[in-house]
Write a protein that binds this ligand. Structure first.
Ligand SMILES: Nc1ncnc2c1ncn2[C@@H]1O[C@H](COP(=O)(O)OP(=O)(O)OP(=O)(O)O)[C@@H](O)[C@H]1O
Length: 913
């Protein structure tokens, strides 16, 4: 039985349709069966030609293995890819009534879908079988005259020739088996691997052809039946060779669940989801089968597990690409050793049919499955097309379309022409199926031109063997043993010992003598297969090496960049460390300076610890009968100096008169017609020229007394350490307050001590104050030189301000400077109302007999002028040094002014004008 000669021609004819080309002449002589092609096919293309099915049907060949008639025995057909075409009966696939969309349709896995009722379709067909290798596809007639006019230029009929065989609708499964599967089985049993793929639109009968049903088994069950019947027959006939065979079956499907990429599911019982890694499927179970019942049961389980669902086009549509592998492992019993002679794998792929959304009515998840199915079919076709174009024009590279789907990755060897494959196309002949059928025939018919001229059957075997190695579980893999001949070849290549080589040659020759020529041939083919496997392995290693090299380059570049960054950071770190060192040195120097200063301070502190306290104990001030305010110095002032200064200060000249009371200099000042005489003590009285007589109206609304001792002034500072650097008497622009203060400073310390009193007046009161100031305009300065002792000089240099209480001179500096040294009251050139007290420069030793240590240290606060005045008026009973909280609260009318000020004002008001 030979297949018809392939004439891979596909012609498209325009209206009016011409007569389809006669099938090739070889078809008439190709088979023992007579294919009576309807000669009127062209004349009546819409009718299916009567097909003498009985002639095509072979005698029941499944019961006994037919004589080997592999495709390789044929001359021309063996060179080309065999493409069969099977036409499904028109009414074989009734369609469901309702639309099983993704929402309401149920994914059927492990269940049989409800069989829809038979729907009576149109009687028209679009495909007729011309011959055993030719069909004519005719477009259905237009539905309306308009569309008929539009479609007048359309292709009306197409003739497709060159199929290996065309199975008409009436063809039965055994016939298909005999023509398609049987030759593959022959090759398989002789140790060659092959692939059978069913392609076609949905519902065209792919699954029916491959698996069939219990009443009408398909290719797989028939193949298994034949395999085991052959094995049983051989066993009954006392095995004709020494290569008992062991069969294994593995099944899996590639599916896509809700469009989440492709997945692989092992269809064997207890099979789980698998993963593909570097073109190999990991963990795929391979079940050894020893009987037909086991094999059928296993396949049935797999089919129940397969993903199916109902669509408009098929009530039990396959939603996955199903692949079943039947592996035959041959073993040699030579010398009693259980030696494997290699394996052949028969792979059967039932692809999910291409779908059109309009026809299937799929929605939701069904639609996503359709996309996956169509995509896989497209990639599969692209691979074959690329192979064809590459064969036509070798300069065209073979595209790597196989990478785009798991199915094509798995079948790469077949799709790149290294292994032989067989296609069986299934189509539906109905008019409604015209588009699907036309699409399939147009796409797939060119595949017939794919040639296997360079096909090496043994390499194919070895490649399949390599693939099998990846399929088999590790435990199965361990069972495999190296062939003796392979070991011998390897040892021959590797051994340098001639003696051992000779001995091995003797052994090999002995073995070869024992082995029959067919066995030797098979063994040699196994060796070549092993070598081919190694070459493939080296290819993989080379690819891995390239990847590793590229990764190494990337890591090197990354390391270089990282090194540069680290170097920069190191440099910055060094710079920072240098800066830190410099700062440390600077800090050390500063610390030393601080230490030296502290030492000096300690020395000074220890030196001045026994000196007199700094400030005046009390401010002596009294008002005499003439209501004159006097300020006195305990020592006799230099009248010359006083005169000279007073002459430059018209105000003091006019209003302040030094009063000679014995040895005392008394300074009086007129406050609004009242003379206030400052007492005996050495006092620098600086008062605000406020018209206190007008205070009956009580313009004074408040006062603030402040006496701040700055931190830098130590309690043991002596007067010689302090300078009065200013006395301020000022009226600010708001004309509502008047303040005056004494400002002292020590040359040793930058801090200042300031005592001040601030009086706040109402605007009414200010008017008079302002007037008073206007009257006193021109007052420049006053010098109390007249109140100082004669040793002082009226110099503008710095001096020491000494203040004394009413108990006499209590303040002495270095005991050489006279108390109450010369000071100069100068008007600040910028602020006319501001007076400065400057000490005369001469620092004469004070030879006073005063004993500073006798002075109490408790009263160091410089008393405000008002308090001092009040003290003078009221006597020592008023203790202004009491803490504020101990003092009686100010009266309601005081509104916050100090007790001293209020009392003073009251007192002054009580004075007779
Ligand atoms: N040659 C045939 N003879 C009788 N019945 C057939 C034939 N081909 C197909 N059928 C019937 O048509 C229906 C659909 O067939 P099948 O399921 O095999 O199509 P399919 O191509 O596998 O579809 P899908 O790709 O959707 O899985 C089935 O009920 C099947 O029994």
């Amino acid at each position: 039985m030979t297949s018809p000669r392939s004439t891979t021609t596909c012609t498209a004819r325009r209206n009016p349709p011409r007569r389809a080309r006669e099938p090739p002449s070889s078809s008439s002589s190709s088979s023992s069966s007579t294919v009576a092609v309807a000669g009127a096919a062209a004349a009546a293309p819409t009718q299916i030609a009567p097909f003498p099915l009985d002639d095509l049907l072979l005698p029941s060949s499944s019961s006994s293995f037919p004589p080997p008639q592999p495709y390789s025995n044929t001359s021309d057909a063996s060179l080309n890819l065999r493409v069969f075409l099977r036409v499904r009966p028109l009414d074989a696939a009734p369609r469901p009534r309702r639309n099983p969309s993704g929402a309401d349709s149920k994914l059927l896995r492990g269940r049989s879908a409800p069989r829809p009722k038979v729907a009576k379709g149109k009687s028209g067909v679009c495909l007729i079988v011309n011959s055993a290798s030719s069909v004519t596809l005719s477009a259905p007639p237009p539905l309306s005259s308009t569309s008929a006019l539009l479609d007048s230029k359309r292709i009306k009929s197409e003739v497709y020739n060159g199929f290996s065989f065309v199975f008409p609708p009436e063809s039965r499964q055994p016939e298909v088996f005999d023509r398609v599967m049987d030759p593959l089985l022959v090759d398989f049993m002789s140790g060659k691997s092959s692939l059978l793929v069913a392609m076609g639109p949905t519902g065209s009968g792919k699954t029916h052809t491959m698996f069939g049903c219990p009443r009408d088994p398909g290719m797989v069950p028939l193949a298994l039946k034949k395999i085991f019947s052959y094995a049983v027959g051989n066993a009954a006939r006392t095995t004709d060779d020494n290569f008992p065979r062991t069969y294994y079956i593995s099944m899996f499907e590639i599916y896509s669940e809700r469009g989440k990429g492709e997945r692989i599911l092992d269809l064997c019982p207890d099979g789980v989801d698998l993963s593909i890694h570097q073109l190999t499927i990991k963990g795929l179970r391979e079940v050894m089968i020893s009987t037909l019942a086991e094999a059928e049961s296993l396949v049935a389980c797999g089919m129940l597990k397969r993903t199916t669902a109902a669509t408009n086009a098929n009530s039990q549509s396959s939603r996955s690409q199903c692949i079943i592998n039947i592996r035959c492992d041959r073993k040699s019993l030579l010398d009693g050793n259980d030696l494997s002679l290699g394996s052949a794998v028969l792979t059967i792929a039932d692809l999910a049919g291409a779908e059109r959304e309009k026809k299937t009515g799929n929605q939701g998840s069904r639609l996503l499955e359709s996309n996956f199915i169509n995509n896989t079919s497209m990639v599969f076709g692209l691979c074959l097309r690329s192979l064809l174009e590459h064969q036509k024009n070798p300069r065209k590279p073979l595209q790597k379309h196989f990478k785009n789907s798991l199915l094509t990755r798995y079948l790469r060897d077949y799709l790149e022409g290294r292994k032989r494959m067989t296609l069986i196309l299934t189509v539906k002949p109905g008019e409604d199926d015209y588009l699907d059928t036309s699409f399939l025939l147009r796409k797939a018919s060119p595949y017939m031109k794919i040639k296997y001229s360079n096909l090496d059957d043994f390499s194919g075997l070895s490649s399949q063997k390599r693939s099998n190695l990846t399929l088999i579980c590790p435990e199965n893999f361990k069972r495999r043993k190296l062939n003796d001949l392979e070991l011998a070849v390897e040892n021959c290549d590797a051994s340098a010992n001639e003696d051992s080589r000779e001995s091995k040659r003797v052994d090999d020759s002995e073995k070869l003598q024992e082995i029959e020529p067919s066995q030797v041939l098979n063994s040699s083919s196994e060796s070549l297969a092993t070598l081919d496997s190694k070459v493939g392995h080296y290819d993989d290693l080379y690819a891995q090496l390239q990847r590793v090299t590229r990764n190494e380059m990337i890591m090197r570049n990354f390391a270089k960049a990282l090194w540069q960054v680290l170097k920069q950071y190191k440099q910055k770190l060094l710079e920072s460390e240098g800066a830190i060192e410099i700062l440390k040195e600077t800090i050390g120097k500063k610390d030393n300076e601080i230490m030296e200063l502290q030492k000096k301070l300690e020395e000074l502190s220890s030196y001045s610890s026994c000196q007199m306290p700094l400030f005046v104990e009390e401010f002596s001030c009294r008002v005499d009968d003439q209501s004159t305010c006097h300020a006195t110095r305990p020592q006799t002032a230099n009248s010359d100096t006083a005169d000279s200064v007073a002459s430059s200060d018209s105000r003091w000249q006019n209003n302040v008169e030094p009063i000679e009371q014995g040895s005392k200099n008394v300074l009086s000042r007129d406050y609004g017609g009242k003379n206030i005489e400052f007492g005996e003590s050495g006092v620098w009285e600086i008062s605000c020229p406020v018209d206190l007589t007008e205070s009956a109206n009580d313009p004074l609304i408040g006062s603030e007394e402040t006496c701040v001792e700055a931190e830098g002034v130590a309690s043991n500072d002596t007067a010689s350490d302090l300078h009065q650097i200013g006395h301020k008497e000022e009226v600010n622009n708001s004309n509502t307050d008047c303040s005056y203060s004494l400002v002292l400073e020590s040359p040793k310390h930058p801090a200042k001590v300031q005592c001040s009193e601030r009086l706040l007046y109402e605007p009414h009161g200010y008017q008079e104050i302002n007037q008073e100031h206007n009257d006193s305009k021109g007052l420049k300065s006053a010098q109390s030189e007249s109140m100082c002792n004669g040793s002082s000089k009226a110099d503008d240099d710095e001096g020491i301000l000494s203040l004394s209480g009413n108990k006499g001179p209590i303040l002495a500096n270095d005991s050489k400077r006279p108390l109450g040294s010369d000071v100069l009251l100068n008007e600040d050139p910028e602020t006319k109302n501001e007076f400065q007290v400057k000490e005369l420069p001469e620092r004469e030793k004070h030879d006073s007999t005063s004993k500073p240590c006798n002075v109490k240290k408790s009263k160091r606060r410089l008393l405000p002028a008002s308090t001092m005045l009040l003290k003078e008026f009221t006597g020592p009973d008023i203790d202004t040094d009491k803490p504020k909280q101990e003092r009686p609260k100010a009266s309601a009318e005081g509104t916050g002014r100090s007790n001293g000020s209020i009392s003073l004002i009251r007192l002054l008001n009580a004075l007779p004008k």
